[in-house]
Design a protein around this ligand. Structure first.
Ligand code: FE2
Ligand code: FE2
Length: 370
């Protein structure tokens, strides 16, 4: 993005309007990520450099059945499978989140920037002022604008120009990635591992969308990035206790979910979903956080939700299998029986593709986001 339909760059003081995609029409958006399918190709391209220009075009995004809630409201949809109507949070979850009160509020930089990005009256100059308030976002925006993929002539030094070059989708994805990194703010060894796991899952999920139709690259990447935020909250509240859970998960056949429930009375799936709910993130991301360890619930979910859920669940497993998680790496060919392959109707070869994408792109993303 970054250019208008007639190829002109918008003027600095012109409002940023929804992009008209090369595929025709405006792409669907979802607040607060409001992403189209173009955006994450961009972060991918940032890692790959100019070679991404030759990458296959992303498939058209699917319009959510209900863009406000992402619920499948079609006749015949199974209401029980609508993951946005779970029982209320457990008292243990509420207690834990009460100890991380400051996380419960969307960080100020994200609130301001996502609001500015969502307001069609926002000019690049105004958005530039918001971006300039956060040094990390500012650095990422300038770095991306100067990547081989974007830089058409000369160096982009001015943040307003960088925003015009990048476009809203890319700036939005940068803000979301910065947000996820902010939650993992302790930056100790465990949170570094959680961050690598989040990025590895995102990258694997986006690779999967090239085989599985009906989920946008941007939705898959964002859902992958946010799926385990509950772990960061639990670690923030009780670092030593959570480090024990992590270590125990690494050497026991028990799942992190069961160990967390034993120690905390709640688990990262519930906590993460409640955090995203508190941030008023779209229901589909809340569902991914809540259900990514529940294959039966995924299989029973509505058609719209099932694909994203299954993709992130599979991506989570691939990332873990490669060693980006509490357990040591295992041979990836042992994963060909994963139940999400059946749910997605995907060939086992998709696992190799996802693993390859992690190998190729993870270190580049870690280099960009820290
Ligand atoms: Fe998880
Ligand atoms: Fe995970």
């Amino acid at each position: 993005m970054g250019r208008s339909v007639d190829g002109r760059k918008p003027g600095v003081n012109e409002p940023l309007r929804p992009e008209v995609s090369p595929k025709g029409g405006t792409e669907p958006v979802c607040a607060p990520c409001r992403c189209t399918d173009e955006g994450m190709g961009i972060l991918r391209s940032l890692v790959r450099g100019s070679s991404a220009k030759g990458a296959p075009a992303a498939r058209p995004a699917e319009r959510p059945t209900n863009p406000d809630t992402h619920r499948n409201t079609a006749p015949g949809a199974n209401p029980a499978a609508q993951a946005d109507a779970p029982p209320g949070p457990s008292s243990a979850c509420l207690e834990l989140m009460g100890k991380a009160k400051d996380l419960e509020t969307l960080p100020a930089f994200a609130t301001r920037m996502l609001q500015a990005l969502d307001d069609p009256r926002t000019s690049p100059a105004v958005l530039a002022a918001e971006v300039s308030h956060d040094q990390a976002v500012l650095a990422l925006v300038l770095r991306t604008a100067n990547s081989a993929y974007y830089r058409s002539s000369g160096q982009v030094r001015d943040v307003t120009e960088a925003i015009v070059v990048l476009g809203l989708d890319t700036v939005r994805q940068i803000v979301l990635a910065r947000l996820a990194r902010t939650v993992l703010r302790r930056n100790d060894a465990l949170q570094q591992m959680l961050w690598r796991h989040a990025l590895a899952t995102s990258v694997a999920a986006q690779a999967c969308t090239r085989v599985i139709r009906g989920v946008t690259v941007a939705h898959a990447f964002t859902a992958g990035l946010l799926h385990d935020l509950g772990k960061a909250v639990m670690h923030e509240v009780a670092p030593a206790q959570y480090a024990e859970v992590w270590e125990l998960t690494g050497r026991s056949p028990r799942t992190s979910i069961s160990l967390e429930r034993q120690r905390f009375g709640t688990d990262h799936a519930e906590v993460g979903a409640e955090l995203l709910k508190a941030w008023t993130f779209p229901v589909m991301y809340q569902s991914v956080a809540r259900l990514h360890h529940e294959p039966e619930a995924i299989a029973a979910a509505s058609d719209k939700e099932r694909r994203l859920l299954a993709i992130v669940s599979l991506a989570n497993a691939v990332a873990g299998w490669l060693g980006h998680g509490p357990r040591p790496a295992r041979p990836i060919d042992e994963m060909t029986e994963h139940p999400m392959l059946d749910v997605l109707g995907a060939p086992p070869s998709v696992i190799g593709r996802m693993a390859m994408e992690i190998e190729v792109e993870l270190s580049g993303l870690v280099g960009i986001f820290g």
